[in-house]
Write a protein that binds this ligand. Structure first.
Ligand code: FAD
Length: 276
């Protein structure tokens, strides 16, 4: 059996307290020896410096760091400069995304879709980077159809992506169906499920509305019924997400990528319950 890969995603903190908190989170999660820590990138370059700085800190601590690079609103020159910086730092893995144009930003820049960014990275840096791309078991909200979305995903793989991380979801069957459909279209790359632990319901509902991830009705109704009782929300979340992870791993998922939102505790607890 091939080794299952585990990774944790952070956002680049803005304040000194946030930086300290994330350093502490990393320390706790590093014990689990993940394949890499990734750091998100605000589309249009809004977090460029903070993403770079966070990546620098992760690297300095001796861990594998994977910056996200989103291309919407960017120029080739800007992306080229970023790739050079990361290559010079010894970064070996990039999560390549289109991103979403921030409101108020008029120009989409020189890249329209993520497959163009993947091609550009390959043209600039050859095989230096392992390239991760995004995949959507529940269909990207702007896709014309589920099939179209997989064809577009395949375009990123043909452009040179090595593996994919999915948008989060709470329905394991949807993931397995998606992987089957990808295999039928000849996509052979690993497709690692993205896992969102449940910390606060209002925040989760907001994210899910924005990115098209479905919270199943039975989950939504249960979470709603807890109101401000965060302890119950989190206890329920841990049960549901652990069961999801168990099913995914038992069904052959090649690993798990945790959207940590810079918290260590939920991922640590899920990890413990999974007996990893
Ligand atoms: P694409 O693959 O370009 O797809 C975008 C849409 O266009 C899809 O609907 C697709 O079907 C369609 N499409 C693609 N190619 C074509 C084509 N040639 N013709 C017509 N339609 C096409 N966002 C950030 O801003 N920063 C981050 O750090 C970040 N990290 C993420 C990490 C992961 C693991 C995931 C899953 C998402 C992340 N996102 C991030 C969100 C992501 O940027 C958005 O979901 C965005 O809307 C799509 O990005 P993409 O790379 O999937 O785009």
């Amino acid at each position: 059996m091939t080794k299952q890969l585990f990774s944790f995603e952070f956002f680049p903190p803005q304040t000194p307290e946030g930086i300290e908190k994330l350093a502490n989170t990393r320390k706790q999660l590093a014990v689990l020896k993940p394949e890499f820590f990734s750091v998100t990138f605000g589309a249009g370059g809004s977090t460029q410096d903070r993403t770079l700085e966070t990546i620098r800190q992760i690297k300095a601590e001796g861990h594998n760091a994977a910056p996200h690079v989103s291309c919407v609103g960017s120029s080739r020159a800007n992306i080229r400069a970023m790739l050079t910086t990361y290559k010079d730092m010894g970064i070996k893995r990039i999560v390549a995304l289109r991103g979403d144009l921030p409101s108020g930003m008029a120009s989409i820049g020189e890249f329209q879709y993520a497959n163009e960014l993947v091609s550009f990275i390959r043209a600039q840096a050859g095989e230096h980077f392992h390239i991760e791309v995004a995949a959507y078991p529940e269909v990207h909200p702007q896709a014309k159809s589920a099939h179209d979305d997989i064809v577009n995903f395949k375009r990123k793989v043909s452009a040179g992506a090595d593996s994919a991380i999915t948008q989060y979801f709470y329905n394991a069957d949807g993931y397995f169906r998606f992987v089957d459909a990808c295999r039928k279209l000849g996509i052979t790359t690993p497709i690692v499920p993205g896992i969102m632990p449940i910390v606060r319901f209002a925040q989760l509902a907001r994210f899910s509305d924005a990115c098209g991830a479905e919270i199943p009705r039975w989950m939504r109704k249960t979470l709603e019924s807890y109101g401000d009782d965060t302890e119950s929300v989190q206890a329920f979340g841990l049960d549901v997400v652990t069961q999801l992870c168990e099913r995914l791993l038992a069904g052959g998922a090649p690993g798990l990528h945790f959207y940590t939102l810079n918290h260590a505790a939920p991922a640590l607890e899920i990890w413990k319950r999974l007996g990893l």
